[in-house]
Design a protein around this ligand. Structure first.
Ligand code: AMP
Length: 282
């Protein structure tokens, strides 16, 4: 397993693999890896001869008041995790390697980014689409792996790949959770003991919503109402959104009459956490 910092080194390595007829998977991450990331690396290792993990806290997808500076970083720890789970190359560039002076081209999307996280994080998806496009151009993978934890991001990437005719298969992987249900996230490290306990309202409300769908509830208002009630009872929690949207368009719906995504974003203290379920996975 190698760690490289430059685009040239990634390209040279991938060229060598390609010369031997090997297939390549890409797992884009912001580092501080946990079992959620590890599951993507394992999936790529299963499907491809070689796996590249990008480890880059992308400044372009953070708003001015967000946690770019405090975002946790630990390349040594990440290297061990990548190696253990079958990754072959870590690409860990400095921001200047990705965004040279005069950088001025962006990949933007209109429709799917106007809801959910796009409302509270207006520049986020432009940053994500731009960096993922760059990573696709640098690595030129056969397949790329994304978690359903970031369900809107997965939908946005699938749409971008389709719109822009990128010849890459996008694989969505299940949410990995802690034993008590909390979805694994690098941002969970921000939580103190009380907040860690309070954060369980996210997975509990997701479980409640899932149960209602399983029991045949079709009214989105009813599901959202019960989930909201549960989260609001936790004093450390502040809801950003609890919404149900059409999976394909990310537009809100009122009846569960098509494949839907129920997504939530909740502040626990200062930490913004997300969770979700797809109606089709219930
Ligand atoms: P991040 O480093 O948070 O940008 O995440 C990198 C990739 O890992 C994204 O595709 C995420 O959706 C995925 N991911 C993060 N947390 C989880 C999780 N708990 N389960 C599955 N995938 C995850």
């Amino acid at each position: 397993m190698r760690v490289v910092k430059t685009i040239d080194e990634v390209r040279a390595q991938v060229r060598e693999w390609r010369a031997h007829g090997l297939t390549v998977g890409l797992v884009p991450t912001m580092g501080y890896l946990h079992e959620g990331h590890a599951s993507l690396i394992e999936a790529s290792h299963r499907d491809n001869d070689r796996t590249v993990v990008s480890d880059f806290v992308n400044p372009m997808q953070f708003g001015p008041t967000e946690d770019l500076e405090s975002y946790p970083r630990d390349l040594d720890r990440d290297s061990k995790i990548v190696e253990e789970h079958g990754g072959d190359l870590i690409f860990n560039p400095e921001p200047a390697e990705m965004y040279h002076e005069g950088f001025s081209s962006f990949v933007d999307m209109t429709v799917l980014t106007q809801e959910l996280c796009g409302l509270s994080r207006p520049i986020h998806f432009r940053g994500v689409c731009t960096v993922v496009s760059k990573l696709f151009n640098i690595v030129k993978p056969d397949r790329a792996y994304f978690g359903k934890k970031d369900a809107q991001q997965l939908a946005v990437i699938r749409h971008m790949v389709d719109d822009l005719n990128m010849d890459i298969e996008i694989i969505g992987c299940p949410i990995i959770r802690e034993a008590d249900g909390l979805a694994k996230s690098s941002r969970n490290t921000y939580l103190n003991a009380d907040e860690r306990q309070a954060a369980l309202v996210l997975s509990r409300s997701i479980a409640l919503g899932k149960d209602m769908v399983k029991n045949g509830e079709k009214s989105c208002d009813a599901i959202i109402g019960e989930m909201t009630k549960l989260i609001s009872a936790e004093p450390l929690a502040r809801i950003d959104y609890v919404k149900i949207v059409d999976c394909a368009t990310m537009q809100q719906i009122t009846e569960l009459d098509r494949p839907a995504l129920c997504a939530i974003a909740v502040y626990i203290g200062k930490t913004r956490l997300i969770d979700n379920f797809f109606s089709e996975d219930v």
